[in-house]
Design a protein around this ligand. Structure first.
Ligand SMILES: [Zn+2]
Length: 301
């Protein structure tokens, strides 16, 4: 039976508490009183979302190939860290990155040793990915995915997909025993949502149809049959402090060696003094980090 777009996407209860009116006031952010899941209320229709994404530009396209090197290295390091948390040392076998864009995470999986492919509906992203990274990126139906995936990643995807629990359950049907799923979502409990409300990235309308806290993300993964290993805020998903000090210095001091020294000092202070405490608090409380990163295992295949 088709699910009700006006009910809680997770448990289909209609007992919802409205927390925000969104940019289009026919839509709200609502928290389910029964299971706690937070989502756009009502869900936009499939037709509406389809048309919206079709008209949207591909971001990140048109960059120089070399500018991706750092991004791929960072993503590899993040993935390696998540695999280590999950106790996975064998980085061979098939892997997929869903919502691959131009393929940064696909290239990262490949760099770790996986036989990696990407799923992406945007044809220009597929072409760019093939050209820059030489990786296989295509528009594939979920049911055509291999059934022996050792790794499946979804970075900034679950907030876009209606009924994310059902999606992750379907993915599980394609995972190898002890296969790992990993990814990220915006953190509903991030600082920006408290400050900017409906204008925050987390509440972006109409793209972000689901909202996640540490708890609701864990519930979503558990209900889909996974064992949750970790949900938290590893860099660069932790607390972000943007005071615009660099720009302010650039204007006040002017370009030159003195400015460079000041910026180096500032960077050091940020890295070793300003960030560690708020990030420690974020990691322990589940509050304030801007993105939630997760890793979970298909333990009982
Ligand atoms: Zn619910």
């Amino acid at each position: 039976m088709a699910k009700d777009d006006a009910a809680c996407p997770s448990c289909q209860s209609r007992d919802l508490n409205i927390e925000y009116e969104l940019i289009d006031p026919t839509y709200h952010t609502a928290r389910c009183r029964r299971c706690g899941f937070i989502a756009m209320h009502p869900y936009p229709s499939d037709r509406f979302l389809h048309d919206h994404y079709k008209s949207r530009e591909l971001y990140n396209a048109g960059n120089e190939a070399s500018s991706y090197d750092r991004a791929v290295a960072d993503r590899s390091a993040l993935l390696q860290g998540l695999l280590t948390r999950a106790g996975i040392t064998d980085t061979t076998g098939r892997s997929i990155d869903f919502g691959a864009g131009v393929g940064i995470a696909v290239a990262a999986q490949k760099a770790l040793g996986f036989d990696a492919a990407g799923i992406e509906t945007n044809p220009s992203a597929q072409a760019v990915g093939r050209e820059i990274f030489g990786v296989d990126i295509r528009d594939m139906d979920m049911k055509d995915m291999p059934n022996d995936l050792k790794l499946f990643t979804v970075f900034e995807v679950l907030e876009h997909i209606k009924f994310p629990g059902d999606f992750m359950a379907e993915v599980r049907g394609h995972m190898a025993p002890n296969g790992v799923v990993a990814g990220s979502v915006p953190n509903y409990d991030g600082m920006a949502r408290y400050v900017r409300g409906k204008h925050s990235i987390a509440l972006a309308w109409p793209e972000h149809v689901n909202q996640f806290t540490r708890k609701t993300l864990a519930d979503t993964l558990k209900s889909a049959g996974y064992e949750v290993v970790y949900i938290g805020f590893p860099p660069p998903y932790g607390v972000v402090i943007k005071l615009g000090l660099r720009e302010w210095l650039r204007k006040g001091v002017g370009e030159g060696p003195f400015l460079n020294v000041l910026i180096q000092v500032l960077t050091w202070v940020k890295k070793y003094i300003a960030y560690p405490l708020p990030n420690l608090i974020a990691e322990h409380t589940g509050l304030l980090g801007h993105g939630l990163v997760f890793v979970a295992i298909n333990r009982n295949a």
